[in-house]
Design a protein. Structure first.
Length: 443
């Protein structure tokens, strides 16, 4: 999750963690008509069309755009989960494998090594059928193993300090398991962080133990991957107990309200753990936030919450929500059998306002392949005050802070309202700022 002379990592993208809270009228776009795709495919198709230069995403800070490797990695996993947009996924993976991208995201390989970024990028390589031990000239797995302490904990090695966390640990366990390792020590350490209520904390070795939805979703998948059904079951029980009546989940702290990011992470874990009913209800909540055909430019995107589509956070929200609509967990997600193209909704030339459908009309199986009508989301019409967000660490290098990002196409000031856990694994744009700091400039 995101968060110069040298700023500290506790301020990583604090500006981007400020949520543009919008209020809006219930102006409802028409749902998709005769669209031969699933909600996941429609969302992934929209996401692919937002790529900068067709191969990466960017994050805005200090009114400047920076390449965002973490978000780009999320998008590749989303494409693979939806089984579409492999032309885009291939280009994005090639961009992630570029030396400059790697150096900024996972560390320079000499003094800087970021555990979470190594693990996440290894998962991308695995899902894309590439060798994480030879990705862009780097052995991501060897570097990841070198960051493991005798206790099993995976930690950063950096002059800026260690900002590893529960999500880092979960990603590492999954990546090492997929590589054929038996990450017993890493998995046991993860189990040892479990709170008494069954959930998992974002911050490790802190008291009291505070369960977090996003971290618990990742941890449950990691434990399922290594076959620890007991600990995973407790985590899934905790998730299910916290599900809202409409199927959604909230995050932690300032993002405790229901949102698509946390719901997507929880849904993926619940489905991987065989909790089909809870997973289906979470998927229905996500499809209730999906934008219909009111504006073909946004059709397929997933809004952060019920307030509707916001350009400043739609890409990141959609990237994290799509796996919650898919059928594969992080331990099995793969590009195999995917379509090359990015689906385009078959929206009518003209549309009229429609009454929102209830969540119960959404597909009850995330793997369905029949034509669907994606439920519409409301459209915000006025701006609001950015919400405060608690700073936290990330999976990459430090990045400068910024105020709310100005959206030229809407005139609305809004930064991505990322969930606590998600922010920690999405700070790829920090790379550029780190380089600027080393050059003695203000990031």
């Amino acid at each position: 999750m995101f968060r110069g002379p040298r700023p500290t990592r506790s301020r990583v993208l604090a500006g981007l963690a400020l949520a543009g809270v919008l209020t809006g009228a219930a102006v409802v776009p028409a749902a998709f008509a005769d669209t031969p795709t699933t909600p996941a495919a429609a969302a992934a198709g929209w996401l692919a069309r937002q790529l900068v230069d067709g191969d990466h995403f960017e994050t805005t800070a200090d009114n400047k755009n920076y390449p965002d490797a973490g978000l780009t990695a999320d998008a590749v996993l989303a494409f693979d989960s939806a089984k579409v947009a492999q032309d885009a996924a291939t280009k994005a993976t090639a961009w992630l494998a570029k030396p400059d991208t790697l150096a900024g995201y996972v560390g320079d390989g000499a003094k800087e090594f970021y555990a979470g970024a190594h693990a996440k990028l290894a998962l991308v390589a695995q899902a894309q059928g590439q060798d994480p031990a030879a990705f862009g000239g780097r052995d991501l797995l060897a570097a990841l193993r070198s960051l493991q302490a005798p206790s099993g904990r995976l930690s950063d090695r950096s002059e800026y300090g260690d900002y590893s966390n529960g999500i880092t640990q979960a990603f590492a366990v999954i990546a090492l398991q997929r590589a054929g390792d038996r990450p017993v020590a890493a998995a046991n350490y993860l189990v040892g962080t479990q709170c008494q209520d069954g959930g998992f904390p974002l911050y490790l070795e802190k008291s009291p133990c505070a369960s977090d939805v996003d971290t618990t979703g990742f941890a449950a998948q990691a434990l399922l991957a290594v076959g620890n059904k007991t600990a995973a079951g407790k985590a899934l029980d905790w998730l299910a107990a916290g599900q809202k009546s409409d199927g959604g989940f909230g995050g932690s702290g300032p993002t405790s309200g229901e949102n698509a990011n946390s719901t997507g992470l929880a849904a993926q874990a619940l489905r991987a753990g065989g909790r089909a009913d809870a997973a289906d209800r979470a998927s229905a909540y996500l499809t209730s936030l999906q934008v219909g055909c009111g504006d073909p430019k946004t059709a397929g995107a997933i809004a952060y919450d019920g307030k509707g589509y916001v350009a400043g956070n739609a890409v990141r929200t959609t990237a994290q929500a799509v796996p919650g609509l898919g059928s594969a967990g992080l331990d099995t997600v793969s590009a195999k059998g995917s379509r090359a193209e990015a689906p385009t909704p078959n929206c009518p030339a003209t549309s009229t306002s429609a009454t929102p459908t209830s969540a119960s009309t959404a597909p009850t199986s995330a793997g369905a392949s029949s034509a669907v009508a994606v439920p519409p989301a409301t459209v915000p019409t006025t701006g609001g005050t950015p919400a405060e967000a608690t700073p936290a660490g990330n999976d990459s290098a430090p990045v400068n802070t910024a105020a709310t990002a100005t959206l030229a196409d809407t005139g609305v000031n809004a930064g991505p309202p990322l969930t606590i856990g998600a922010l920690l694994i999405l700070a790829g744009a920090a790379a550029l700022v780190l380089a600027r700091r080393r050059a003695g400039t203000q990031g």
